[in-house]
Design a protein around this ligand. Sequence first.
Ligand code: 4AD
Ligand code: MG
Length: 431
Amino acid sequence: MTIRTSIKYLGEHTGKTVLLEGWVYNSRSSGKLGFLMLRDGTGIAQCVVSRADVGDELFSRFDELTQESSLTVIGEVRADGRAPGGYEIGVESFQLHQQAIDYPIAPKEHGTAFLMDHRHLWLRSRRQHAIVLIRHEIIKATRDFLDNNDFILVDTPIITPNAVEGTTTLFEIDYFGQPAYLTQSGQLYNEANAMAHKRVYCFGPTFRAEKSKTRRHLTEFWMVEPEMAYCDLDENMIWAEKLIEYVVGRVLENRAAQLDMLERDRAKLEAVTAPFPRISYTEAVDILHAAGQEFEWGGDFGGGDETVISEQYDRPVIVHRFPARIKAFYMKVDAEDARLALGMDVLAPEGYGEIVGGGQREENLDVLLERLAEEDLDPETYQWYLDLRRYGSTPHAGFGMGIERVVAWICGLPHVRETIPYPRMLQRMEP
Ligand code: 4AD
Ligand code: MG
């Protein structure tokens, strides 16, 4: 009997005959033996085709197995310590589905632009495959952590009339003649949802018309945003820290092979345990000055500044209490220093910069109205949001964690373009 299975499960079928469905990773043959590396999405297996076993006619068709051709293979599973994965298939027969001629991504070096143009094919390569698996683990771990801590997933809209994170990065769309935007963050709706469920989160694509080319910015990125009623800045920091610690732990536990494939130094990730250091914005500015950086108190940190600050630590560092002027209208003002807002950013180590941004929200209606006016935002479109301060307002806080930034950091990638299957950036919308 032939068992239809996947490469990942070969170990359960030693000595049995299996059917595998996949693509040619590579192949080479001599007059008598053909070696096929078959990939099926769950792994790569060495398949050996012997002329003596399959006969002249089928063996002559081995040459059709060009890189990325699709085929089905039937053969016996043999334990073999030398084979990648520890098992080898002694092929009894194979059937070609489609022969791939001149697959563009040859096993040689290609430039980034070429690979990005062929992203739809590049995703099949081992490195990209490993990154997608780690991304999947990060998302799954994030959701498990929140679900296990009584956070309810409540979806927030993609199309919205409201700006959340300033007006300069809005993508405007025409909503039947009315101006609307692609969401920059689900936060405002999350705040409403938290008043219904206490602890909530949204997880979805968010959009920012980022007009600068950097290695950390996408125009479409995925953000998970927890929001908690009856939560202050300190507790918010603990949630962010716990979430990050959990996510890194899960990747180490379940995706060590993929980290190794990416040559990621696992010891650096093993150091990521709570508590994370906490420093105020003002202390962070002192660090910049001590490092000889020119920086004026009151400004926003650039990527280079974040790198200098985070390099002082072997784990993420939480920076809190930023100048209110550089933060969004909804941030609660620090009762001890009116120049400051109760915001926090988590900066990843090794120069990966900000992975989390959030803080405590302003719960007072009048203060919020003043802040809207200061930011030149029309209070009319925020009436529904202001209702949350009219009907049972509570202290509350939350944050957003950018999935691609976390993937870049955990995988040790130099650029966010490899962290998402189809990156959208200033100069790229295709494929
Ligand atoms: O700091 P940000 O702008 O915070 C917010 O959007 C809040 N409303 C979230 C909240 O409190 N619910 O963005 C949060 C995170 C950043 O720390 C970063 O990880 C990621 O989103 N991010 C981006 N990632 C990729 N490309 C971009 N252009 C990003 N902008 C922000
Ligand atoms: Mg931010």
